[in-house]
Write a protein that binds this ligand. Structure first.
Ligand code: SF4
Ligand code: SF4
Length: 2027
């Protein structure tokens, strides 16, 4: 046997931390119970009965690979004095009387007796004596190999004292036990050591417990109670000590707040003192909680401390540690409330699902958590026994002896006092304790409430600085996106806004840009082993209140413990904080101390660490000096002072104070400008902060209000809305982890850090998992300094705070996985099977994966010598069978998209997933062409939409959704706008009503409940694979192990970034982790447990390319899921508007109008998977891998990309890459065997031979049989066979009848199909009628029973969950959560527990007795009729009305109750029928308001003949507001109510209007007129604000990356100034681009896919024109000049924009222009009617005033020496443009009248500006050769000059009127359009000037050498193999008369005088050569930008080039010589 080595678990049996496996994550769940003689009479029979109790719950536990290896089981009993007397006598010892000695079982090293000697010695030091050691006889033969490998020697010490005083003896035993644990450790574990009880346990199966321990079989072993426990562990490792019961209790549940409880207990140790303990003894028991022990063990330790110290009785201690939900319960007696409130001052609740059974020998009891998340049922018999357990039916009891059947209710306690011989009533018991002291008086006297303090109305904002100028906002990292997307909605609606499509943004730890520390933290969430709770419907159990400030001594009960400051919420206003800061004025001892958490900027990075140390030190000193309140404040931030992150500072202080045991002495508050989002606040509280005052948010709200950005309401009200949104956010985040109270959440550290280095963790976040290392303290410091520099380092006016692109993609901003380039290339690739586009897609995707994800840092490392031919790799048709599409429900996406996915996957042999929304059965009928629309995977989520027996029977895979990537820990959410009548029908709900799915806790509380659901589903369809969907988070490996042990066939590990569903942004962004971590951890842990071979592992989450798939396989997956990418192939463009029902491409909408726009085809999906599989084969071939199975888990093919480096701290993926097959060699590493579900042994299977024929043919049949609690899901297998044969309709009711007697196991009648009827005489456990699908269930008490049915519990929790139809008659009370999410069943029951009819959407429920709290919460359909006392108080009336019953309904009700009485024999029901008319007024009808509305609508329509039609379109027909309203004042009124959601489809596009062609050709004024502001608001409302705004993509959209959606939003909101700021941030010259840009942005606009694009250019022009009009465009010279000089050669767009940028950065800029005016192309290349030259002059003037020097007539290289320039400037920029025109060298070219177009345009403008002549078109026949803008400008200019005719030759054919196939969106559309010049010619001469496909052969001249005509020929274009070729059309020659020809055929390159003189290298096309992505030329100091570098292009490209070049020059100059303090980035 190995010796203990690693300290983990019993005898080091748990494997040490390795790879991503961490033994501290181990989890378990259990079955518990006890049997007791109430009068305390001992007997051996009790022990015998307890065996049944234990063994009949064995299905709740689990076994390892060998069925003899149990997970752990045990029993606690009263000290068996008779047995022990005999046994110790045999050892020569006579026992003292019972109670005066102690013994217990101790696990010890069989080969080492020294431990016992050590134990003896400690005992002696404590005044105790170990008189003897008894070896406990055991039967080791029965153990499995695993448990045997660590089997201990089990010894019993006989401990006595030489004195006798019971309490002291107990305390010394406690100290002995603790010291032995601390001092001996290793193989030494004390199961119990007490005077009255003893625990026998081990790593055993329940059946093995009595077999293993001979004592338990010995008839001398007598006890008055036996408390049992069977464990379900998530691992397969030997773990003797984790078996339960512990010394005092047994626990079925999970303490979610364990980390916090441990930390707080540790902190409290500093305050613990007790006179009861001898000197120093108490301290020797520290730490009270064993760091490596389980949550249950920790709870047991604290419980023991409280009881042993004598301060509390056991029931009291349980009340303090696991209190009931007292805060929101007005019906609770005030004394009890006061007790709980006092208790909350003493200790935070140990929160989480918990059924706690406990005993100290006298009392034996059970207590249930506040949510009632564990089942607990009991019987009391006439012979004074109580049997209490997780299930009924575990012990055989004669029904006639049962006098009471009950269940433990949420928060309640069940207690037997064996000394008194009574069952103590919960109410009485608690009241008795509550009245022990005057708790209320203590609270009144000592508790301080915020209302007691002088909270003044302080001004919220003290300065006049506008938001856009507030430098602090930049210093704290605020973004415009936060203000608009997050803060605005929170303030306006009091709710955090929703988002959708997951989180595809770069991980904070991989972002080179500064990120806040909060963004590294991921919220953990409950999955499988513990349930999340429902923060909406079950808000009543939640509380944000908590007490702060010094705690008292836990080991006493006193009034001063109430002396704490009580807060209702942890978010403080500024006045509240001020009041707390000054509270010592009223409470002198409450001294506050504010610690400045800023440091001097000059101290740099080192200053950060020093400041953190200083803050911790100051905190400690302040406490030593008596401070009771510490306030960490960053208000001193400013130009000279940088703020520490409030999170790092608070975390460091909290942990420093925990370690020094000072934390419990002080309140820790934070006053910060940094924290602003819900997540930020949660992280602060999670790391121990008591309260937060986010002053900067409040000031921002006040400023935004002052600037009229927020609604006109009092600021206090707006702040109130914000706080309310944050409070909801707290609840949501807490609930995800199943935590109910903020007090428990505080300091619980429910986070994983992603990418934080251990130096930071160890200092600030001790105990937090951070598995890939990452950003160091220096990294965080550097980020803080960068942010500070951005705010205070800029010399001039500060820029607008940025739009960081954190939520939506932005060209300049955070990286995202989904980019416009990748999306458009993918769509093109799959639509046209274009391999080139596919390659572009993979290239773009791989780049973004590399930028954003962990796998991006990995490289596939192929050894060339191992490569094999690709033909040897399995075919793509095999590979695609491992692919499936994600669970996107019908409802969230359209029917068209949903069915396209299904058809595609069915054709491929892969699988599509129904999602949780159900599926129309029609889709199972194959289409005429053989296609199937059926989803092979049917998902079952806690919403249970449309889950019927038929639905389940029709699946190949049934997937249980435990969590989803997009919002782990939350339920689904479908807004009412998407619940069309079709969707409502499929989901069995009410149209138009928002559906919020409950989180998965209503029927899955723990691993054992999941096991049950797997059992149920396997029964409902034994053919189907059962899958469990999990989401990546730390600990998923052990959870997955438990899931495999629960017999799942398949596990999906989803990543945090995928998913389409709607959720609050906090959930989307901060819950869950990358799948890489989750998958690798799962694979490693399963291999380590030898469980991997039993399950198929799948992953999903933004899988994009074959490389992703290969990496997923290498990390352990053998199947792969894809959600967003297939959706993109079908047309999704990542609008992120899925939840709003306005998807412009018909993918994620139910709106018929938008659905009609869907263009996706199954072929597109198929093409995607084909390409993907083929690429994967290539990768596999390169690795020498032939099949996917060979690739699974082969991390040796992966390595971190060589040379990768992050400045902030490297990520270490070593744990991820640890090969699992090395962790446990020789075991399976992929699925090799199937799970054994033992279908054949189920009761249904045994009945099947008798019933199968009837199920198939419909011939009636009946069977009768006994049933017991191990017979589970009875009826489900029968239902499967019936559904397969008869579909949804089933058979006539009662065709097959089962008559059962006994106690039914869980899930009786689950998914019972129509035609099957079950009647049960007896009782049943949980889940009766789960998913009832048309069958009938009748349950009634045994006929022999004597109790009253309506006061006794007969069925368990969660009955009728998700029932869709059928009937249930329950002759007794149902426990908690009855008929939750019932959507169609009829049920009659005689009483229900809490949360009855919650989320119900249909059906009818009759309750003939009392109900628990929260009845009807979230009920939106169906009806309930309740006859209960005090019902109003119990009903949650948020969504229902309470009415009386009358008329036909009353008759129906009476008949239904009569039926119930007949079927169940209920006397109570019969009495109700007999007295019906008298009782009728007492019946309350619960009528959901939504349902009422629908019924009213239906009845209003009943007499109106209605044409069958599609649901009314939500989007109305296109309305042009302006057409209807010409009056601007009216229009501006109307625009207040613009619909921006659907504006793109609702309002007509309107671009700038041109003046009439006739009129405008008579002058040279600009052709276009601006729209009014209101008109432009309408246009801006057409902008969808896309998640991926293609308009600003540099691939196809705006080259300059204008943040178009942002200014659209601002214009829409009439915020023109902000829009102007936003526009100027990216574009220096919008007045130019707004006029002359061909607007590729509009070509790429998403609205243009199905409608006309947004009029972006018009809005742009209007914003800047308005700014000039308003005087906002004023010269702003730079504040500081660097003294450095830069020359710019050329003054076109590139030259001017570079000059503007460089000048504003402080350089001295001189611009040289060879012409007589500045502007280049802008002045002379573009005619005045397109761009008025006054605008250019105005701009140039402004720049000159700002300090730019302009030199005209300076032709560098000709009039000025380039060399001189080089020597007199520090840098030179060439921006000379591409001015070398393409010529047409044909005969006659030399003739007079043949000109280059640019010469003509230049002359024309010169003549206009200077009245100087030149080329004139007046009276001439003009031919323009060449199109484009220049050609068109020549046409317009010729018309104005008075040409006699104008003709335009185009060599190319006429473009199509719509996009051609090779010109897909979002490319610039090459379509036929009429430009202004064409229109003018048409207006003048009646025909379009353009002649297409014409070629000029020669120019013809007259005798004067002047042009007179052109000989032309027509050409024909053909395309072959993708290439166009041209040939002349024979006989088509003709002559076109002409006097003037303008050659407008583009430009060949730059004019090269200056280039040659400088010797700058040129490229093959004569452009200036620079490095890729660079603007530096081959000559030092010389840069180039614009057309001279990139060739002829658009003005906007020129501007972009100038900006980029300026940025590079700035960096170059700074790097070269500038001092750091002058540095600035310009962009
Ligand atoms: S500069 Fe051109 S592409 Fe960019 S937003 Fe303006 S019009 Fe569109
Ligand atoms: S302008 Fe077009 S592409 Fe850009 S955000 Fe608006 S709708 Fe989307």
């Amino acid at each position: 046997m190995d010796s203990p080595s690693n300290g983990y678990g019993w005898a080091g049996a748990l494997p040490a931390k390795q790879g991503l496996y961490d033994p501290t994550n181990e989890r378990d769940a259990c079955g518990v119970g006890f049997i007791i003689n109430i009068k305390g009479q001992v007997s051996h029979k009790i022990l015998r009965d307890s065996e049944n109790l234990l063994c009949n719950m064995s299905h709740r536990g689990a076994t390892g690979a060998d069925s003899r290896d149990g997970d752990g089981a045990g029993v606690m009993l009263s000290m068996p004095h008779r047995l022990l007397s005999r046994e110790f006598l045999a050892l020569g010892c006579t026992l003292p009387p019972p109670g005066q000695y102690s013994t217990g079982n101790i696990f010890t090293d069989p080969n080492n007796s020294e431990c016992m000697a050590h134990f003896d010695a400690i005992a002696e030091q404590l005044g105790l004596r170990v008189v003897a050691w008894r070896r406990v006889p055991v039967n080791s033969e029965i153990l499995g190999p695993t448990s045997r490998s660590r089997e201990p020697a089990i010894m019993q010490p006989l401990v006595v004292g030489d004195w006798w005083e019971e309490r002291r003896f107990q305390r010394q035993l406690f100290v002995l036990k603790k010291r032995a644990r601390h001092e001996i450790g290793g193989w030494f574990y004390v199961c119990s050591l007490d005077t009255r009880i003893i625990v026998y346990k081990g790593q055993l199966t329940p059946e093995q417990v009595p077999e293993y321990y001979a004592d338990l079989r010995d008839a001398h072993c007598e006890t008055h109670f036996a408390l049992v426990h069977s464990r379900f562990s998530t691992n397969t490792f030997p773990s003797w000590e984790r078996a339960q019961p512990f010394g005092w209790c047994a626990h079925n549940g999970e303490i979610n707040t364990l980390r916090g409880n441990k930390n707080w207990m540790r902190a409290r140790e500093g305050l613990l003192h007790s006179k009861a303990f001898s000197d120093g003894d108490l301290e020797k028991t520290f730490p009270i909680i064993d760091e490596l022990g389980s949550d249950s063990a920790a709870l047991d330790s604290v419980l023991e401390l409280l009881v042993v110290s004598g301060v509390m009785t056991m029931p009291e201690a349980v009340m303090v540690m696991v209190p009931e939900a007292w805060q929101n319960n007005p019906t609770m007696p005030s004394a009890k409330r006061a007790f709980y409130e006092w208790a909350s001052c003493v200790m935070e609740p140990w929160d989480g699902p918990a059924l706690l059974t406990f005993s100290d020998g006298r009392y034996c009891g059970a207590s249930l958590d506040r949510n009632g998340l564990r089942p607990c049922r009991y019987y009391i018999t006439s012979d004074d026994r109580m049997i209490c357990a997780s299930e009924v039916g575990t012990v055989d009891i004669d029904p006639a002896m049962v006098v009471e059947k009950g269940r433990l209710m949420p928060g309640r306690m069940l207690l037997v006092d064996t000394r008194e011989g009574v069952v103590v009533d919960d109410e009485k018991l608690k009241l008795q304790h509550a009245q022990r002291y005057p708790f209320q008086q203590w609270l009144d006297t000592h508790q301080i409430k915020i209302s007691h303090l002088a909270v003044k109305d302080a001004a919220t904002v003290d300065d006049q600085i506008p938001v856009s100028q507030d430098r602090r906002m930049r210093a704290f990292g605020y973004s415009a996106e936060f203000l608009n997307l997050i803060l605005g909605p929170m303030v306006q609606y009091g709710k955090e806004p929703l988002g959708s499509m997951g989180n595809d943004t770069v991980l904070a730890c991989m972002d080179p840009a500064p990120r806040l520390p909060y963004e590294y933290f991921r919220e953990l969430f409950a999955q499988v082993t513990n349930p999340p709770i429902d923060p909406i419907r079950e808000k009543i159990v939640m509380s944000l209140a908590c007490h702060v400030g010094p705690e008292g001594n836990l080991l006493e009960i006193s009034d001063c413990q109430a002396h704490r400051l009580s807060l209702d919420s942890p978010l403080l206003t500024k006045p509240e904080l001020a009041a707390i800061r000054g509270m010592s004025a009223r409470y002198p001892e409450w001294v506050s101390h504010t610690i400045d958490i800023t440091f001097a900027a000059a101290d740099g990075v080192d200053g950060y660490r020093r400041a953190l140390d200083r803050v911790c030190e100051e905190a400690q000193v302040a406490i030593d000096r008596g401070a009771k309140i510490l306030i960490l404040s960053d208000t001193m931030v400013g130009a000279e002072r940088v703020a520490l992150s409030a999170l790092l500072a608070a975390g460091a202080v909290h942990h420093h104070l925990v370690a020094t045991k000072l934390r419990a002495k002080v309140a820790l508050l934070v006053e910060t400008g940094e924290a602003r989002e819900v997540h930020h606040f949660c992280v602060l509280i999670g790391y121990g902060v008591d309260a937060i005052c986010p002053y900067m948010v409040y000031e921002t709200i006040a400023k935004l209000h002052r600037e009229n950005v927020l609604p006109d309401k009092p600021v206090a009200q707006l702040i109130g809305q914000f706080r309310s949104a944050v409070d909801d956010g707290f609840r949501k985040v807490m609930s995800k982890m199943g935590i109910s109270t903020l007090q428990s959440y505080k300091g619980a550290q429910i986070f994983e850090a992603l990418g934080v280095a251990s130096d930071v963790i160890d200092k600030c976040f001790v105990g937090t998992a951070s598995r890939v290392q990452g950003t160091t303290l220096e990294g965080f410091a550097a980020d803080a300094l960068t942010r500070h520099d951005n705010a205070y380092g800029l010399p001039g006016a500060i820029a607008t705070i940025g739009d960081e692109g954190e939520y939506n993609w932005r060209k300049v901003g955070s990286k995202h996985i989904n980019t416009p380039g990748a999306i458009s290339s993918l769509q093109d690739a799959v639509r046209t099977k274009n391999k080139a586009s596919w390659l572009k897609y993979t290239e773009a995707s791989q780049q973004s994966i590399q930028d954003c994800t962990l796998r991006g840092l990995l490289e596939i490392h192929a050894d060339e010598s191992q490569a094999i031919p690709v033909e040897e790799v399995e075919p793509w048709t095999n590979i695609v069978k491992r692919f499936c599409t994600g669970a996107m429900s019908y409802g969230s996406i359209s029917k068209e998209a949903h069915t396209a996915l299904a058809v595609a996957m069915n054709r491929l042999g892969g699988k599509s997933n129904s999602g949780e929304g159900g599926e129309d059965p029609e889709r199972s009928i194959p289409r005429a062409n053989g296609d199937s629309e059926r989803s092979a995977i049917k998902q079952v989520a806690s919403g249970r939409f449309g889950v019927t027996s038929n639905y389940l029977a029709d699946a190949d895979e049934l997937q249980i959704k435990m969590a989803q990537g997009a919002k782990a820990g939350e339920g689904g959410e479908l807004l009412g706008t998407k619940v069309s009548s079709e969707i409502a029908k499929t989901r069995h709900t009410t149209p138009g009503v928002t559906l919020v799915s409950p989180p998965p806790h209503h029927d899955i509380y723990s691993i054992e409940d999941l096991k049950q659901l797997i059992f149920d589903l396997k029964s409902a369809n034994h053919r189907a694979r059962i899958s469990v969907k999990l989401v990546s988070e730390v600990g998923i490996g052990v959870v997955a192990s438990g899931v495999v042990k629960a017999l799942a066939d398949h596990i999906l590990v989803a990543g945090h970034d995928g998913g389409t569903g709607a959720a609050r942004w906090t959930g989307i962004k901060y819950a869950g982790l990358p799948w890489e971590l989750g998958l690798a951890e799962t694979h490693q842990t399963l291999v380590l447990n030898d469980l991997r071979g039993r399950v198929v592992l799948q992953t999903d989450g933004q899988l994009k390319t074959a490389r992703d798939v290969a990496i997923a396989a290498m990390l352990g997956a053998e199947e792969f899921g894809f959600a967003t990418t297939p959706l993109i192939t079908l047309g999704c463009v990542y609008l992120r508007r899925c939840h709003q029902n306005n998807c412009a491409v018909g993918v994620a909408t139910q709106d018929p109008v938008l659905r009609a726009k869907f263009r996706g085809q199954p072929e597109h999906v198929i093409n995607f998977f084909y390409y993907l599989a083929e690429d994967l084969r290539e990768i596999m071939a390169s690795l020498g891998i032939r099949s996917i199975n060979e690739l699974v888990g082969r991390t040796e093919f992966l390595r971190t990309t060589p040379g990768y480096h992050f400045d902030k701290g490297g990520l270490d993926l070593g744990l991820l890459l640890k090969p699992a097959h090395e962790m446990r060699p020789g075991v399976a590493t992929y699925s090799v065997i199937k799970q054994d579900h033992q279908i054949e042994s189920r009761l249904d299977s045994r009945l099947l031979p008798e019933l199968l024929e009837s199920l198939r043919t419909g011939r009636p049949a009946e069977v009768a049989t006994e049933i017991c609690n191990t017979d589970r899901a009875v009826g489900a297998i029968l239902s499967y066979h019936l559904s397969v044969a008869h579909g949804l309709e089933g058979l006539p009711q009662g065709t097959v009848r089962l008559h059962l007697r006994g106690s039914a196991g869980q899930s009786l009648g689950a998914f019972l199909a129509p035609g099957i009827a079950i009647d049960l005489e007896g009782d049943a456990n949980d889940y009766v009628g789960k998913g009832l699908s048309g069958g009938q269930i009748v349950v009634y008490p045994p006929r022999a029973s004597t109790f009253d049915s309506h006061v006794n519990v007969i069925v368990g929790n969660v009955c009728l969950f998700g029932a869709t139809s059928g009937e249930a008659f329950i002759g007794g009370i149902a426990a908690e959560r009855f008929a939750v999410r019932n959507s169609g069943a009829l049920a009659v029951v005689e009483g229900v527990g809490d949360h009855g009819c919650e989320y119900m959407t249909g059906g009818r429920v009759v309750v003939l007795g009392n109900v628990g709290r929260n009845f009807a919460a979230g009920m939106s359909g169906g009806l309930a009729y309740v006859l209960a006392e005090g019902f109003e108080d119990m009903c949650n009336k948020e969504s229902v009305d309470l009415e009386t019953v009358h008329g036909d309904e009353a008759l129906w009700l009476k008949q239904t109750i009569q039926r119930h009485a007949d079927l169940t024999g209920s006397k109570h029901a019969r009495r109700v029928v007999d007295r019906f008319s008298g009782l009728l007024p007492k019946f309350v009808k619960v009528f959901p308001r939504d349902y009422k509305r629908v019924l009213a609508q239906e009845s209003a329509n009943i007499n109106v003949p209605v044409e069958p039609q599609l649901p009314k379109p939500v989007v109305s027909e296109v309305v042009d507001i302006e057409d209807a309203l010409v009056d601007e004042s009216l229009l501006s009124d109307r625009v207040q109510n613009l619909d921006k959601l659907r504006g793109f489809a609702k309002y007509r596009r309107r671009g700038d209007k041109y003046r009439s062609a006739k009129k405008r050709t008579t002058d040279w004024d600009e052709i276009s007129t601006r729209q009014t502001k209101s008109q432009l608001q309408v246009q801006a409302a057409r902008c969808i604000d896309c998640g991926v705004p293609f308009c600003q993509s540099d691939v196809d959209g705006c080259p300059i990356g204008n943040v178009i959606p942002k200014w659209n939003e601002l214009v829409y909101k009439n915020q023109w100034r902000d829009a102007f700021d936003r526009l100027m941030a990216t574009n220096n010259f919008p007045e130019f681009t707004g006029r002359v840009c061909p607007a590729p942005c509009e070509g790429a606009c998403v609205a243009g896919i199905s409608e006309l694009p947004v009029a972006i250019k018009s809005i742009e022009a209007a914003i800047i024109d308005h700014a000039w009009d308003m005087g906002w465009m004023r010269p702003v010279p730079p504040v500081r000049r660097s003294g450095w000089r830069v020359a710019v050669v050329g003054s076109g767009p590139a030259g001017l924009s570079a000059a503007d940028q460089l000048n504003s950065a402080g350089y001295l800029v001189t611009v040289y222009e060879r012409e007589d005016r500045i502007g280049g192309l802008l002045t002379y290349g573009i005619p005045n009617m397109k761009l008025d030259k006054r605008l250019v002059e105005r701009r140039v003037d402004k720049m000159a005033k700002e300090g730019v020097e302009f030199v005209t007539g300076a032709h560098i290289g000709v009039t000025h020496s380039a060399a001189d320039l080089l020597s007199s400037f520090d840098a030179v920029l060439l921006a000379t443009g591409a001015t070398w025109p393409r010529d047409l060298s044909i005969e006659g070219r030399q003739l007079e009248g043949v000109h280059f177009a640019m010469d003509f345009l230049t002359d024309s403008t010169k003549s206009l500006l200077s009245k100087r002549g030149g080329i004139l078109a007046a009276g001439k026949r003009v031919v323009v050769i060449g199109g484009g803008d220049t050609g068109n400008d020549c046409i317009g200019t010729s018309v104005r000059q008075g040409a006699a005719s104008v003709t335009n030759f185009e060599l190319l054919p006429q473009p199509p009127r719509e996009r051609a196939a090779d010109n897909p969106w979002p490319q610039y559309p090459r379509v036929y359009r009429i430009d202004y010049g064409h229109e003018e010619v048409i207006s003048r001469w009646g025909k379009d000037p353009r002649i297409y496909s014409i070629s000029a052969k020669r120019f013809l001249g007259n005798s004067r050498g002047h042009l007179c005509g052109i000989e032309t020929v027509r050409v024909q274009w053909t395309r072959e193999a993708g290439r166009w070729s041209m040939e002349e059309v024979e006989g088509s020659k003709e002559v076109v008369e002409a006097d003037l020809v303008f050659l407008a055929m583009g430009f060949l390159g730059p004019e090269n005088k200056v280039i040659e003189e400088l010797g700058v290298r040129q490229g093959p096309r004569s452009n200036v050569e620079t490095g890729e992505g660079s603007y530096r030329t081959s000559v030092e100091k010389v840069f180039a930008a614009g057309d001279c570098r990139r060739g002829q292009s658009l003005v906007v490209w020129g501007i972009n080039e100038g900006r980029m070049a300026a940025s590079e020059m700035d960096t170059w100059l700074r790097n070269k010589q500038m001092a750091c303090d002058q540095s600035r980035l310009i962009n």
